[in-house]
Design a binder for this molecule. Structure first.
Ligand code: IMP
Ligand code: MG
Length: 180
């Protein structure tokens, strides 16, 4: 285990097993119809790549960079979109892939954005959900794991751009926060 990690919350094996279950549910949902899968960079990338390998329908994929904080570029209501999808999603099934839903600000704005683009259907899948932290009343259609209100890193999730490459999801030691 990495020296900065207090505890492993979800192991590689647990994550892989849950992804297999989620992929099975999505295969049943879309029943072979093509899907545009949109990953929200950067945290969702590992999850998305592991997930799409297990999907059996035709898949296109693309990425967005969106943030509810920071400098404003293109505005989609309340979220800043730094990188937009290049695919035309009009009349397509869109599946948005997130690493974690925290306050829900990012996702509730992105949902409105895709509805305005007239996608045929719009579903959200998130690896992690921290329901206690929710400010906006948004729910993912598919959730990998509900987790308590603790800051987690690994398997794509970062703290100051670090720890994304850990193969598991872990809770950071308090000392790591305090040093920064
Ligand atoms: P929100 O739901 O709009 O508050 O934003 C969620 C985003 O905040 C996620 O996509 C992550 O990038 C980041 N985030 C929230 N909680 C955590 C965490 O525990 N670890 C790492 N990133 C987090
Ligand atoms: Mg994110």
């Amino acid at each position: 285990m990495h020296a900065d990690i207090e505890k492993i919350l979800l192991s590689e094996t647990q994550i892989a097993a849950r992804i297999t279950e989620l992929a099975c549910e999505l295969n049943n949902l879309y029943k072979g119809e093509a899907v545009c899968i949109v990953g929200v960079l950067k945290g969702s990338t590992m999850f998305m790549m592991d997930l799409i390998r297990k999907l059996d329908m035709p898949v296109k994929f693309d990425f967005m960079i969106a943030s509810s904080y920071g400098e404003r570029t293109i505005s989609a209501g309340c979220v800043n979109i730094y990188l937009d999808v290049r695919m035309d999603v009009t009349n397509e099934h869109v599946l948005l892939v997130e690493d974690i839903i925290d306050t829900g600000n990012t996702l509730s704005c992105l949902k409105e954005y895709f509805i305005s683009k007239q996608a045929k259907s719009f579903n959200i899948i998130t690896l992690l959900d921290k329901p206690e932290r929710r400010v906006k009343p948004i729910k993912a259609d598919y959730v990998g794991f509900k987790i308590p209100d603790q800051f987690v890193v690994g398997y794509g999730l970062d703290y100051a751009e670090k720890y994304r490459n850990l193969p598991y999801i872990g809770i950071l030691k308090d000392s790591v926060w305090q040093d920064n």
